[in-house]
Design a protein around this ligand. Structure first.
Ligand code: NAD
Ligand code: UFG
Length: 339
């Protein structure tokens, strides 16, 4: 069985990837400092699959710990998810974001070099694309011109990894640009667990549905879209996780740097999302229109054609299952992983 190192593997996306790795016959080894997660997610992965990942609590900037992990476990491929990800917070705390996200990546690359591990998959984001691109975004769309430090860390890490691969031609680097992950595992045992007031749409919606928040504020209804609200490419986290299994196969069998969008290619508005949530769960969702949120793009959606063709991967879940599965998780865990 091949071991895959998941940095940040206790988090929302990492825990779902761990399940899909086990389903595909890989063994996940996780390092996470639990800055934005709970070790309970790792236990729950064990509950779902019958296999509990190996867990190291620690920081990816701790190169000695990484060295130890690479000695203790024979790692075939690294999936680097560890990072801070709140856009607004990154504007307030730029140094924390640059330190955490960049230094974790640098320590990881150094440690991999020492250990002779050459396969790297990076959790990048649609945020690396320039806001002036026409839609849909393809991997050739223009990048850069990011509007916040979080986005710049993703952009810079893509540059760092490309440079490392150029200097080490036997490395294989796969950059996965995620669009808007939502949903949860069908069991309702793992899901998104934001701390404090959620920034993102779906966790805010599910907290309105539990009664924790009074109503959803829809940021802007005067955008030039069909109903005036912004358009995004929401992708079920299960589809996203399965994309990583395909990306491992690809990464293990190629050298070089390759970029893939992981999205559905479908753009949905905030109001589409509200309607789908109400319909899928038979819940009335109170909402009100609020002013635009600074920095929001009118539209952001992918063409996933490259991943469809080269990885042989395609998102299969629907907006309805994204809404039903998000609610199933939140309903069973109204306080996330806290009792
Ligand atoms: P998450 O916060 O749930 O997971 C990230 C994990 O990394 C957390 O468990 C956190 O504790 C851990 N972590 C952070 N810094 C660390 C460090 N220095 N050392 C060890 N662990 C550390 O977030 P997520 O939604 O699962 O996102 C995973 C990755 O995907 C992130 O890199 C994120 O930027 C990227 N991404 C997420 C989205 C999204 O909308 N969720 C979109 C695009 C890209
Ligand atoms: N929205 C609301 N009310 C809310 C929350 C969100 O109306 O309470 C709207 C936003 O204005 C936006 C849409 O819902 O129009 C989606 O917002 P999210 O915050 O869920 O997602 P974003 O597309 O703004 O951001 C996400 C990630 C970022 C990443 C970006 C691009 O959170 O990390 O996608 O990949 F940078």
């Amino acid at each position: 069985m091949q071991n895959i190192l998941l940095t940040g593997g206790a988090g929302y996306i990492g825990s779902h990837i761990a399940v899909e790795l086990i389903n595909a016959g890989y063994f996940p080894v996780i390092i996470d400092n639990l800055a934005n997660s709970s070790e309970k997610s790792v236990e729950r992965v064990g509950k779902i699959t019958g296999v509990t990942p190996k867990f190291y609590r620690g920081d990816c900037r701790d190169e000695k710990l990484l060295d130890k992990i690479f000695v203790e476990a024979q790692i075939s491929c690294v999936i680097h998810l560890a990072g801070l990800k709140a856009v607004g917070e990154s504007v307030e705390k730029p140094l924390e974001y640059y330190d955490n996200n960049l230094n974790a990546t640098i320590a990881l690359c150094r440690s991999m070099k020492k250990a002779g591990v050459k396969n790297f998959i990076f959790s990048s984001s649609a945020t690396v694309y320039n806001s002036k691109n026409p839609m849909p975004l393809s991997e050739d769309s223009v990048t850069g011109g990011c509007t916040n430090p979080y986005g710049w860390t993703k952009y810079m890490i893509e540059q760092i990894l490309s440079g490392v691969q150029k200097a080490n031609p036997d490395w294989s680097v796969t950059l996965l640009r995620y669009f808007n992950p939502v949903g949860a595992h069908k069991s309702g045992l793992i899901g998104e667990n934001p701390r404090g007031i959620p920034n993102n749409l779906m966790p805010f919606i599910t907290q309105v549905a539990t009664g924790k928040r009074e109503k959803l504020n829809i940021f802007g209804n005067d955008y030039p879209t069909k109903d005036g609200t912004c358009i995004r490419d929401y992708i079920h986290v299960l589809d996203l996780a399965k994309g990583h299994v395909k990306a491992i196969e690809y990464t293990l069998n190629h050298n070089g740097v390759e970029v893939f969008n992981l999205g559905t290619g479908q753009g949905y508005s905030v109001l589409d999302m509200v309607e789908a949530f109400q319909k899928a769960n038979n819940i009335k969702l109170p909402y009100t229109f609020a002013p635009r949120r600074a920095g929001d793009l009118t539209e952001c959606y992918s063409t996933p054609a490259k991943a469809n063709k080269i990885l042989g991967w395609k998102a299969e879940e629907t907006l309805e299952t994204m809404c039903a599965d998000s609610w199933n998780w939140q309903r069973q865990n109204p306080n996330g992983y806290e009792e």
